[in-house]
Design a protein around this ligand. Structure first.
Ligand code: SAH
Ligand code: DHB
Ligand code: MG
Length: 232
């Protein structure tokens, strides 16, 4: 199967037009995060602006007061999520790379959400298990966007840290079609990330406590998608 990580120029033009048309000048300031990420040498794998605003909208629709993110990078998606919080709300975001976490902290402060977002440095599984052991208050929305091979583990732990009605979102749900590509899924020659994403979709579709779907998306990042679930 052909992989489509390279975007069609028309997808990029539509994305640019939608972003310019649907975003307020204040929201566009979030774009400067990309400049600081680039200066810091971070990979350009943030969610695209229209997807960032989609996360903001989901958080608003869910009335999310406690948001959990797995995979901070430079804090682009967590800034969108923080902007959707009611007063007293918080975003907790998990990041394994201390340099990414440092750039994210700077971006959160410059974006005016420094007091709303806590970056926890370390392997996300460890942080999630610690939250579970501490018995933290349930999260209202969980956004999973880190190492794809652990996607299913993250969803299982997200359910443990959830309440009925909690929204779970998984990024990169389609990966250029890799999720149904026998070569990408091959145990010997394939890749763990494709298998991890396939596995999480199968889990979302069969989990007794989740209703879920996945949507294919095209953007400047190519052909990918997003999965959304709600805890019963
Ligand atoms: N959500 C971000 C993009 C995240 S990119 C945004 O849209 O702005 C994925 C991030 O997950 C990277 O910063 C990477 O360092 C981090 N990551 C990878 N493996 C991880 C792990 N085991 N635990 C925590 N973070 C991890
Ligand atoms: C990659 C990771 C992401 O989270 C993403 O949205 C795009 C690409 C990557 O690891 O290549
Ligand atoms: Mg992603």
């Amino acid at each position: 199967m052909t992989r489509h990580f390279h975007p069609d120029p028309a997808w990029v033009a539509v994305e640019d037009w939608l972003s310019q048309t649907l975003f307020s000048p204040e929201e566009e300031e979030t774009g400067s995060i990309f400049d600081r990420n680039k200066a810091g040498g971070l990979p350009p794998i943030d969610v695209v602006p229209t997807a960032g605003k989609f996360l903001f909208l989901l958080a608003k629709i869910a009335g999310a007061r406690r948001v959990l993110e797995v995979g901070t990078l430079g804090g682009y998606s967590s800034t969108w999520l923080a902007r959707a919080l009611p007063s007293g709300g918080t975003v907790v975001t998990l990041e394994i790379d201390p340099h990414h976490a440092e750039v994210a902290r700077e971006n959160h402060v410059l974006a005016g959400v420094g007091d709303l977002v806590e970056v926890v440095v370390g392997p996300a599984i460890d942080s999630l298990l610690a939250f579970k052991a501490e018995g933290v208050e349930p999260f209202d929305l969980v956004f999973i966007d880190a190492d794809k091979r652990n996607n299913a583990n993250y969803v299982r732990l997200a359910v443990d840290l959830a309440r009925p009605g909690t929204v779970i979102v998984v990024d990169n749900a389609v990966r250029g079609g890799a999720i149904i590509d026998p070569n990408a899924l091959d145990l010997e020659h394939g890749d763990n990330d494709a298998r991890g994403t396939r596995e999480v979709l199968e889990l979302l579709g069969s989990h007794p406590r989740l209703d879920a779907t996945a949507l294919q998306l095209v953007s400047s990042k190519g052909w990918d998608g997003i999965a959304v679930a709600v805890v019963r």
